[in-house]
Each structure stands twice: as C-alpha cells, then as structure tokens.
Write a protein that binds this ligand. Sequence first.
Ligand code: GDD
Ligand code: MN
Length: 391
Amino acid sequence: MTSLIECAWLILGLIHFGAPLTYYYYLSRKLSEKPWDIEINKNKLHLPEITVVVPTYNEETLIEKRLDNIYEQDYPKDKLKIIVIDSASNDQTVELARRWAERHKDIKLKIVEEPVRRGKPRALNKILPIIDTDILVVTDADSLWFKDSLKKAVNFLANPDIGVVSGIKTPMTPRGDSPTKEIEETYRTFYNKIRVYESKIHSTPIIAGELFAVKKDILTNVGGFDLINDDSYTAMKIVSKGYRAIVSDDVKIIELAPVTMKSYRKWKITRAQHLIHNFVSLIKCIRRYPSQVRKIITIEAFFHLLNPWILLSATVLFMISMIGLSLISLLTILVLTSLLLHPKTGSLLKTWITEQLLLISAAIKNLRTKSEVWEKIEEVRTTVLTSQRSV
Ligand code: GDD
Ligand code: MN
C-alpha cells in the first residue's frame, strides 16, 4: 500500500515539475535564437494614426504620470490621439486629465465619462464606435511604456497577418525591499520568454492589457472586448479568425506591483481567475484554431487548469506516505530543502509554489464569481506617491 502511494506521488510530482520544465527547455532550444518570421520594414517604420485608450477608475495618483509617459513616446504627436474613458470615478481623475489636456494642446485628448462603473471591458466597448483610427492601443493607468514601445508595437501591425501586439512586462515595486519583488521578478523572467517563444510559433494565449495594440476592424468583427478577460481572451478571439496575437521582447512595459503579500495575493488571484476563464473558454472552442495554436492552448491549459491540482494531490499523497518515513520520502525532503536553501533554485521554487497556490485559490473562487468589475489594488496607487523611483 505504502509503495503504491509512493509511486503515485512520485509520478505526479514528476509530471508536475517535468512538464513545464520540458516545455520551457524545448522552446528555448528551438526558438531563442530564431528570428521572427514576420515581414516588417525595419528601415521605414509604419507610423499610422492611432488612438491610445486609457480606462480609468479612481486613478488620481497615476493619471498625470500615465499621460506624460504617453506624451513622451517616440511617436509623431499629430498621429496620436488619446481617449480617457472614466467610469464614475469619485476622485480627481477626470479633473486632472482635463487640466493635463489644457497644458498639452499639441495632442488630442478626449475624455469620456460613464455615469456608472461597469468594469474595464464594458468601458472599452462603449468607446469603440467613437474611435476613428484603424489602430487602437489600450493601456492601464498603473503601467508605463519604454519610449519606443508604442512605435515598435504599432510597426508589427503593418503586417496583414498580425491582429494584436503586446509586450513583455517588468514589475516595479515602489519599495525596493518588498517580499513580492523577488517572486514577481522571477515569475516574469520565465513567463516573458515563453510568451515570446509562443509568439514566434504563431500566437501566445496570454496577452498583457497594459499594452494591447489591435486593429479596430478585426476587433469590431469579433464583437469587441471580452467581458471577463479583456486582454488574453479578446486576443484569442482574433486569433480564431486567422490572425496572430504576439508578444514582442522589443516592446517593453513596466507595471506597478503591490509590495505586501496580502495585496499581491489579491492582485494575482483576480488575474489568475481571468486566465482560468480564458483557458476554459479556449478549450471549449479549440477546434477553431490552427494546429500549432491548438498545441499551445492544450499545453498552457494543462499548466493553468490541471497542473496546480496535480501538485496538491502529490503533496497530500506525500504527507500520507511520510507516516512510514521511507528512504525515498527522506531523500525528497533533503532534495527539496537544499533546493529551497540555494538562492537561485530557492527563489524559483518559492515563486513556482506561490503561483500554483494562487491558481488553486482562483479556480475555487471562479466557482462562485467571475467578476467583470474587479477590486482595484489601492496599495499600488498609494505607494507610488512615496516612491522615489521614476522611469
Ligand atoms: N473605465 C474603467 N471602468 N476603467 C477601469 C474600471 C472600470 O470599471 N476598473 C478598472 N479600470 C481601469 C483601471 O483604472 C486601470 O487603468 C485599468 O483599468 C486596469 O485595472 P487594474 O485594477 O489595474 O487591473 P489589474 O492590474 O488587476 O488587471 C490586469 O488584468 C486585467 C484583465 O485580466 C491587467 O492586466 C489589465 O490590463 C487586464 O485588463
Ligand atoms: Mn493593474
């Protein structure tokens, strides 16, 4: 009996850790040096008229910084319009955006106000009809772009096969010593690479809402933004129509991340809830996708939907088998402890386990509610005020 349980947790553990490691190393070997198969004219940049859309709900601490950062983009001002779509903020957001517009008359900024808050996706869909450029780029108030991010993202859209472009995210935790910094940075290092590799194959099923560049006609044809997962699932609806959704490592995004574990957990659980919704929906209509994308969806759906539960099962079985205290369980404890104590593998393992726990909590939460309107993490907005760092 004990050896059967031991066998079971060993196999489950191997699957849990082995599958993502194999995927990561397979993609790295095959794709890290591979150039993009997307034809774009590198000498003459494609700089069409575009609209940058900033959805806001109570963003008084960040809105001016966000607008400044868009203004400072290396993109011709006469080709750049900004729309701030605000949903019933009860702070100074709208007033500050209005005053910002008065100070920057060389750029067109329109402010649209919704009388009630119905969530970011609905707010975005509301303003779709008033966008009069072929390309729109959505961004969040709590993010920043590198100077060349916008022009590099838009340039990819010159290619007729590309429907959506996004970039790689780097977290910025306003206080340097935060316990979440290590976890989020380690997570992003691997995640970003995988997003780019998947994009080189065809498309990645995880796209960042902090820079979401899309062709308006294609977006309208798929019915606008998805009401639960406005970034990844919307992009994948576009992929189902034959276009590609890519993340480029040339397009860099900075996002403010929470500093305390409590806020971090909340922040990540909502995101994980949205991702779970994305993968459940994708699995249901997987036949609509080309075969390379189907493989990516299957693997990522496995990682996000099943793999965390495999770890949980392996752990429970491991605990049961510990009663017998066999050689193999002692060895496992030894290996795990030394991996945890080593700085590099320790941080990887901590990050990995945190992510698995967050996915499990999110799956349980999704049984009750999948909210279109989510709780904003205030801490991200307040700590930035005291931060000395700027981009
Ligand atoms: N207009 C409007 N109405 N804007 C809103 C609303 C709303 O009801 N709720 C939030 N926003 C704005 C925020 O002010 C911010 O600019 C942006 O939408 C993102 O909100 P966050 O609260 O910062 O979202 P997040 O970081 O947790 O969400 C992440 O996941 C979302 C979907 O899964 C980001 O990646 C988002 O880009 C993504 O949409
Ligand atoms: Mn955010």
